[in-house]
Design a protein around this ligand. Structure first.
Ligand code: ADP
Ligand code: ASP
Ligand code: MG
Length: 441
């Protein structure tokens, strides 16, 4: 049996009415697994509560917990109509909020934080499941914590996930409608963990790959992947088709509509990913698949929080093995490199995770001179870049002519031209490229 994966993001389950509306989008005869995010705002609120708990500001934590609970009380009152389900809903909230409250008593650690962050998805899925039950529609709630697991490298443990997900599905051979939580998982020690912010997309893709789904649908609040960040520029258009590689570049380099790594499992398993708009289900959306798309630039994305590091050494001149020594330092500190540009005596590279920067710099300093620029943004132009036609590189640089460029990367793949700019130039750069490449003013 082939399952369809349907993932609904925070806004798509953001109010009682939106949860009710999911029925029209999900209830039919297709076997499916519905993956839900937390209701919009919930994970941010839980992050805020954890911040207070880390600070041991119990009064502030209590106030924020109460405010979140109040919002959920309202959801329950609007979602359910029968006394039975109003009581069930209240009991559900009591359970989860008592759990959150219980962490205000003891020491607060990262494990407790992750347990609190998991409550959003546990709540949204239970609410949808109860709502279906109240409507007389059969569904099975699958606990993601029983099968979603990371290995010791903090990567999805695909064998474990496949085996345990199938085990769960086999417990319900008469059912075709399953609901589960996005984002949450266990780590290799069995502790509650998560797939990082926005990770429900990743859950959907991992599950799709694990059970060889017919399609992975990501339902959100916009009609597909747009050619530029609609939060930054005013004129954008949806893209109807993207190859896996184009979509992976866009997601990795900042198109918020997709979690950075969520295309990879789908690509590996060759399962199409379709982006759909919950608010406008008839809109075509975006199909991401193993397809040869038309030549040219499709979209621009931007990734903030980048640190640029320039490593300079005369020893690099005509030497071999120097770059390896530099890259090994990053590897030892589990820090991945995004962009690289080289000259004969220096190499510049970027990282998005500066957690181990201090140690990395100490080690590089032993073999070379090093300079660091923080608060940088990668602007990434994505598409099928023409092989034998000239002019595109010129167009990109011409559009950016008034912006100081820290790095330029061309030719790394046939899908991507990237430039690095100070983050203060991000908006200007995205607008300039929207004009220069898409003629939008
Ligand atoms: P969800 O909560 O459903 O996961 P997200 O907020 O994570 O939704 O992603 C959808 C949002 O991504 C859109 O509302 C839009 O503002 C933003 N976004 C950023 N870049 C793009 C892009 N290139 N195309 C479409 N949406 C984008
Ligand atoms: N609820 C999580 C977040 O807000 C995961 C997700 O929405 O994808 O980051
Ligand atoms: Mg998202």
């Amino acid at each position: 049996m082939k399952y369809l994966i349907q993932k609904f993001g925070g806004t798509s389950v953001g109010t009682a009415q939106r949860i009710k509306d999911l029925v029209h989008l999900t209830v039919n005869r297709d076997p499916k697994i519905v993956v839900l995010s937390a209701m919009s705002g919930t994970t941010n609120a839980l992050v805020g509560i954890c911040e207070q708990l880390y600070k041991r500001d119990m009064a502030a934590a209590a106030t924020q917990i109460a405010a979140l609970r109040e919002g959920y009380d309202k959801v329950i009152s609007e979602l359910f109509t029968t006394p039975e389900f109003l009581t069930k809903g209240k009991q559900l909230l009591d359970n989860h909020f008592n759990h959150i409250q219980s962490f205000t008593l003891d020491m607060f650690t990262v494990n407790e934080e992750k347990a609190i962050l998991a409550q959003g998805e546990l709540l949204s899925t239970a609410l949808f499941h109860f709502y279906l039950e109240e409507c007389g529609i059969a569904s099975v709630l699958l606990p993601a914590l029983n099968f979603m697991r990371l290995d010791e490298r903090e990567e999805p443990d695909m064998n474990y996930i496949r085996k345990h997900l199938n085990k769960e599905l086999e417990l319900h051979t008469n059912s075709i409608f399953f609901i589960t939580q996005g984002y949450i998982c266990r780590n290799t020690y069995g502790e509650i963990d998560n797939l990082k912010r926005g990770g429900s997309d990743y859950t959907a893709s991992i599950l799709g790959a694990a059970i060889d789904a017919s399609e992975i649908q990501i339902w959100t609040d916009i009609d597909g992947m747009h050619n530029n960040d609609p939060r930054v520029v005013s004129k954008t258009h949806p893209i109807h088709e993207l190859s896996f590689d184009e979509a992976a570049e866009l997601a990795y380099f900042g198109a918020k509509i997709l979690h950075p790594t969520c295309i990879l499992p789908a690509k590996k398993a060759n399962i199409p990913v379709r982006l759909k708009n919950t608010m406008d289900p008839k809109a075509a959306g975006t199909l991401i698949a193993n397809i040869l798309t038309s030549e040219g630039v499709k979209a621009i994305a931007a990734k903030d929080g980048i640190t640029a590091i320039t490593v300079k050494s005369d020893r690099m001149l005509l030497a071999h093995g120097f770059l390896r020594a530099v890259f090994e330092i990053f590897e030892r500190h589990k820090t991945s490199i995004d962009m690289i540009t080289t000259s004969e005596v220096a190499v510049s590279l970027t990282i998005d995770n500066a957690q181990h920067l201090k140690h990395i710099l100490e080690e590089i300093n032993e073999i070379a001179h090093v300079e660091v620029d923080e608060n940088q943004t990668i602007i990434c132009v994505v598409g099928q870049l023409p092989k034998n036609k000239s002019g595109l590189g010129f167009k990109v640089l011409e559009a950016l002519k008034d912006i100081p460029l820290r790095m330029v990367s061309y030719g790394g793949s046939s899908n991507n031209i990237s430039v690095l700019v100070g983050s203060e130039y991000k908006t200007t750069a995205l607008k300039a490229l929207n004009r220069g490449l898409f003629n939008y003013n």
